[in-house]
Design a protein around this ligand. Structure first.
Ligand code: NAD
Ligand code: ZN
Length: 252
């Protein structure tokens, strides 16, 4: 697919001293990972992800929530990075100071070769005790999506017996302090911010592209849909992340 990119935009990207690639669920969509706004299926079809991804839901129905994460981990193990993840890793290899800040809890950026990925919302593969917070080394048992499509009780913490929870940030929870401050630092310093595949509605992460813009960075958004960032972005590239990023990185 060919794109007619603005030459000034390409120049700003190629000459940037520091770039942040800020990603959301849309960057993993072409790998077959549903975004948050996609309807849930099967066992979870009657649940709203906004309600499933909370500590209250886990306390109320741990086996339903843990089962959902078992399913999502199994799904991820069967997926591979897509051209969007690969183009971002290629940009990091081409230019110095390209930082990846993601809201995604998957590991597809790392698997594509990106280094030092800042995970604002944690990782689905890291687990810890819900009560005493002790880290817990968990090996996924269900590797097939079919096997994982069921309610499943979480393991128990060897320290205190509490239930083990996924190491992700749920709605209403604080973001990890260290990741957040690193993200703010790179965002405040960048000359160009690429916002890729995020609906820009989950706060406080959603405010970061706006912060970059206020600090004078050129904001380039890649999303097939319009979002609240459209009015602030210097460039809105409406298309799929894999197609647009592949063309963009090969044009600079
Ligand atoms: P979101 O689901 O709210 O929005 C996804 C955005 O991606 C939408 O604006 C959509 O138009 C866009 N999109 C869809 N397909 C695309 C494509 N092929 N290329 C580019 N853009 C595309 O996701 P969000 O903004 O990341 O926020 C929701 C929360 O969901 C986040 O906190 C995140 O942690 C969590 N989440 C993560 C994953 C994951 O890790 N892969 C998956 C689902 C949800
Ligand atoms: Zn414990």
């Amino acid at each position: 697919m060919s794109f007619d990119f603005d030459p000034l935009m390409l120049k700003r990207l190629a000459q940037a001293k520091s770039v942040v690639v800020f990603t959301g669920a849309g960057v993993s969509q072409e790998s077959g990972i549903p975004t948050f706004r996609d309807a849930l299926t099967g066992l979870w079809k009657n649940f709203d992800p906004n309600e499933l991804a909370t500590l209250e839901a886990f306390d109320r129905q741990p086996e339903i929530v843990w089962g959902w994460y078992e399913f999502r981990r199994a799904q991820l193990l069967q997926c591979a990075p897509n051209p969007a993840h690969l183009a971002i890793a290629q940009l990091q290899a081409l230019q110095p100071n390209v930082h990846v800040v993601t809201q995604n809890v998957d590991d597809l950026h790392e698997r594509a070769g990106s280094s030092d990925v800042i995970h604002l919302h944690g990782s689905i593969f890291q687990t810890r005790c819900r009560n005493c917070h002790a880290p817990f080394e968990y090996t996924q048992t269900a590797t097939s999506v079919i096997d994982a499509h069921r309610a499943s009780p979480p393991p128990s913490c060897p320290e205190c017996g509490g239930p083990i929870r996924p190491g992700v940030v749920w709605f209403g929870e604080m973001l990890p302090e260290h990741e957040w401050s690193r993200a703010v630092e790179v965002i405040e310093q960048c000359d160009v911010l690429l916002s890729v595949g995020t609906s820009s509605v989950v706060y406080p992460a959603a405010e970061l592209p706006f912060t970059a813009s206020e600090n004078g960075a050129c904001v380039i958004q890649i999303n097939p849909q319009t979002t609240s960032l459209d009015v602030v972005a210097d460039y809105n590239l409406h298309g799929k992340a894999g197609e647009v990023l592949t063309a963009l990185v090969s044009s600079i």
